[in-house]
Ligand binder design. Structure first.
Ligand code: B3K
Ligand code: ZN
Length: 900
């Protein structure tokens, strides 16, 4: 491998030599030869002056002029991604640049490209440089004016950022529109959309009384699927005013849904571009999870208007400044829409299943990375989800009022600027009146801290002492770790399961903030070992540790199974009730992996039975036993999560243990499960009476979870049950859950019911691309032994295409990341298949190729046989000439010698 891939370092950051106050763009659209004319109003930012360096890639440079005078080839150089003008004028000057680009040939879906014949852009992080030459870095903020010119018939709609200020027709069948965005922004927030689209409109009145036009642009066939997205947008706008005091600033807010998109969505100023998966929904096409996802992503992109757009990142190392904070904001928004406890569980599940493994593997990096080769590889669970946890910890340390003061200060101080994560922390520090010097290490230090807890009860003194040790394992390039400042929420339960008032030694009873006493204390850990002594305890309490998951750490405490069962039943902290159940199940499952013949203890079955007994009869009336929470409690830890708990992953053992446990519960608790299933069978459901409320979604989640267990121990009755649900349900949540169960049931019980249902599903939905993705994914995730063969067959399906990222994720991604059993087959066939696909995809779409690689990056965690097979495939990839920097970086890092 000879390709030199340039690494960029945080420590080498220097401010831009030139600023661009304004840019005027004229884009004449043509599928293969779009002409882009730009005029940049430049001025030196530093006294030094020096050459003007603009970024430019994958484009044809037609003309360069300064102050109206064309430059000859001797006046500039262009190559290796840069246009360099060695001697620009000292006084402010105008650079004119003409380029030609090929949207149709743009399969990387970065820059200007075509999706279903329409034009759209994706510029973050470094896509703008493929449209025109520009200082394509977030600390250069410019006022954009964009004229889009296109064919009147093919492109009746012409959009760009900001407000439309003029439009007109040309004599040749084309027309044009000029858009002006008054807010200076970095080039990564530029957007242009053109095509044959229709739009759904609404209005929102801000709290200061301004009326905002809301528009969702879609292809005509999707006209009926935007109501939910529009509702979500209005909710998000109101919520941001109330919770963070943030009002929208332009007169129009536009969202465009496209079918070909590398990720979820993009927050371009005033003109969001969305993966249609996060806009379009009808009950019969979208699951409850899809609905939730739409609401969350719409909110996330909307919230970026303040956290990302008005205040942006100084450089890409600061990515978590906007992403971590915006994820925190969307998590809080979603928590306020339904059950806060369930939302927290979902978020922690994601953190543990994606971010913890990342932090423990070869790709580990700090929330603020030190270096990158390809920035697109750093849109990670660490930057997003762990970044959100860092904001959450600060909110926890400050408390709601001071945190709001801190965010107010941040918005006021940095509006219109490109800043750093450190600037954010400084605001929290000032508004909170606390010292976050040690806390800042969280941004710089990779790896998940481990907290080892021990305790001691002194019956004579009535005191209970908790001792907490922290250490963070080494990660690549960071051998030595410093102790962190960790907010650690605890409660203590008495023998009846009631919260005890908490008083630390040295505190007088009178200093307790409330008469009832404090039942959850936020302890702050700073030293490698900390001790806390609670006084006034008549008996040994059961500790409830890390309540609400107050910090992103791995917690170790020698709970007995009885303690966990007790906490599962009594802890006042919903999150910890769930976590106790998860720990109990995890322990049992890991024991079952080790010991194949181990039978499921009665106590475990009884704990489950008890939980099922408490399943509410009338869900809407009951908050104590929320069906959604119960469904979470009853869900076994995933195969991926269990794998992360093992030093050497036993792929087959984990699958077998999970299946055995589920089948045992399905058989032994059959009557209880059936009772819950029938109680939550919504008779109205067949009659078209579909209820989208969180309560109804919670009931569906519980019922489908229960159906999953029943399906693990099936007989003709259960087959009929799943079949009835598949045939009569009026919503995708229930249809897909039933289909999954039917497909996984053994043929000797279910016959060809699964295959018939699958075929019926295809016939019904073959024209709905998002539903079809589910059809591909279900097959790719099947535990059947012939799954790989089937996946290979589906690659040849007329509806499969490597050009569509959603389809690639649905088939190849679902197989490699969502089917550990079959992907990690002992013969290595899964690895060979994935490597082949990556090599096929890399020249087309490097971002997607690099993402698909992830399941193979943690090869060192498997047995020597699998290690060798994965390593061989990674090396095979690395040997290929002309690899993208995306794939090169992921492969070389994961083969790197210094893995922790
Ligand atoms: N900011 C975009 C992500 C861009 C990814 C570029 N590879 C979406 C988001 O986080 O809202
Ligand atoms: Zn984001």
């Amino acid at each position: 491998m000879t390709a030199q891939k340039k690494e960029t370092f945080l420590k080498e950051y220097t401010p831009p030599a030139y600023l661009v106050d304004r840019i005027d763009l004229r884009v004449e659209l043509d599928p293969r030869a779009t002409l882009v004319q730009s005029r940049l109003q430049c001025r030196a930012n530093t006294a030094a002056g020096g050459p003007l360096v603009l970024d430019g890639e994958r484009l044809q440079l037609l003309r360069v002029a300064i102050d109206g005078v064309d430059l000859g080839p001797e006046d500039y150089t262009f190559g290796n991604g840069q246009l360099v003008i060695p001697h620009p004028p000292a006084a402010p000057f105008e650079v004119a640049i003409h380029t030609r680009i090929d949207p149709e040939g743009n399969t990387a879906l970065e820059g200007l490209y075509r999706s279903s014949g329409n034009y759209c852009t994706q510029c973050e992080a470094e896509g703008f440089r493929t449209i025109t030459c520009f200082p394509d870095r977030p600390d250069v903020m410019s006022v954009f004016t964009t004229t889009v010119v296109g064919d009147r018939t093919a492109c009746p709609v012409l959009l760009a950022n900001g407000n439309c200020i003029d439009r007109g027709d040309l004599p040749d069948g084309r027309h044009w529109a000029t858009w002006h965005d008054p807010f200076p922004k970095p080039s990564y927030l530029f957007a242009l959309v053109a095509g044959d689209l229709v739009c759904l409109t609404d209005t929102f009145t801000t709290r200061s009384g301004r009326s905002i036009d809301l528009r969702i642009y879609i292809e005509p066939r999707n006209r009926d699927k935007c109501d939910h997205a529009m509702r979500a947008l209005k909710k998000a706008m109101r919520w941001d005013e109330e919770r963070f005091g943030r009002e929208y600033d332009l007169d129009t807010y536009m969202i465009v849904a496209v079918d070909d998109f590398n990720m979820g969505a993009m927050e371009n100023k005033g003109l969001n571009v969305f993966n249609s998966k996060y806009v379009l929904a009808l009950p019969e096409t979208a699951t409850d999870t899809d609905y939730e996802g739409i609401e969350a992503v719409i909110a996330h992109e909307y919230f970026h208007n303040w956290t990302g757009n008005r205040i942006t990142c100084r450089d890409w190392f600061q990515l978590s400044l906007k992403e971590g904070f915006t994820v925190y904001r969307d998590q809080e928004f979603s928590a306020d829409q339904g059950s806060r406890g369930v939302k927290r569980i979902e978020d922690v599940r994601l953190l543990r299943s994606r971010q913890f493994p990342e932090d423990a593997g070869p790709m580990a990096h700090p929330v603020r990375p030190d270096s990158y080769i390809e920035i697109n590889n750093f849109y990670t669970a660490t930057v997003y989800e762990k970044g959100a946890e860092l904001v959450r910890m600060q909110a926890g340390l400050l408390g709601p009022e001071r945190f709001r003061k801190g965010t107010d200060l941040y918005f006021e101080r940095f509006d219109g600027q490109a800043v750093t994560t450190d600037d954010f922390v400084a605001c929290m520090e000032q508004a909170g009146g606390l010292d976050l010097t040690q806390f800042r290490r969280w941004y710089a230090q990779a790896g998940t801290p481990v907290l080892e807890c021990a305790d001691h009860y002194d019956a004579d003194a009535g005191t209970y002492t908790l001792e907490i040790r922290q250490h963070t394992p080494a990660t690549p390039g960071q051998a030595d770790k410093q102790p962190l400042h960790i907010p650690f929420a605890v409660g203590l339960l008495d023998a009846q399961g009631r919260d005890l008032p908490l008083r630390l030694a040295g505190e007088s009873a009178a200093s307790e903030p409330t008469a009832a006493g404090v039942c959850t204390r936020m302890l702050e850990l700073r030293a490698p070992v900390e001790r806390f002594t609670f006084v006034g305890l008549a008996a040994r309490p059961v500790p409830s540790l890390l309540r609400g998951f107050s910090a992103p750490v791995r917690l170790r405490y020698p709970y007995s199974d009885a303690d966990l069962t007790f906490l599962m039943a009594h802890d006042s902290d919903g999150f910890n009730r769930w976590d106790a159940a998860q720990t109990l199940a995890q322990r049992l499952l890991l024991r079952m992996v080790e010991e194949e013949a181990l039978s499921v203890p009665d106590s475990f079955v009884e704990a489950f039975r008890q939980a099922l007994k408490e399943a509410p009869v009338d869900a809407s009336a009951d908050t104590q036993a929320d069906p959604a929470l119960l469904a979470e409690v009853l869900t076994l830890p995933s195969e991926g999560y269990l794998a992360d708990q093992m030093d050497c992953v036993d792929v087959d053992g984990i699958h077998r243990a999970r299946e055995t446990l589920a089948a045992t519960l399905g058989a032994l608790l059959r009557e209880d499960l059936l009772a819950v299933y029938e109680r939550h069978w919504q008779p109205g459901a067949e009659a078209g009476d579909y209820d989208l409320s969180p309560a109804a979604a919670g009931r569906r989640a519980l019922r489908n979870c229960v159906l999953g267990y029943l399906g693990q121990a099936p007989d003709a009755g259960i087959v009929a049950l799943a079949q009835r649900q598949f045939d009569t349900a009026n919503n995708m949540t229930d249809v897909i859950a039933a289909l999954r169960v039917l497909l996984e049931m053994p043929v000797d019980v279910a016959g060809d019911a699964g295959e018939r249902a699958l075929a019926a599903f295809y016939r019904r939905w073959s024209q709905e691309q998002l539903v079809l993705d589910k059809w591909f994914a279900l097959q790719a995730q099947s535990s059947r032994p012939d799954t790989l063969a089937r996946v290979k067959g589906l690659m040849k399906h007329p509806q499969f295409s490597l050009a569509n990222p959603n389809r690639v994720r649905a088939l190849i991604g679902a197989f490699a990341s969502g089917n550990p059993l079959r992907f990690h087959a002992e013969d290595g066939a899964g690895y060979g298949f994935l490597a082949d696909r990556i090599l096929e995809l890399d020249p087309l779409n490097p971002q997607i190729a690099a993402r698909l690689l992830h399941p193979m990056t943690r090869w060192r965690r498997y047995d020597p046989g699998r290690q060798a097979l994965m390593q061989r495939q990674l090396e095979r990839i690395l040997e290929v000439d002309g690899l993208s920097s995306d794939v090169y970086e992921v492969v070389s890092r994961s083969l790197g010698k210094d893995e922790g």
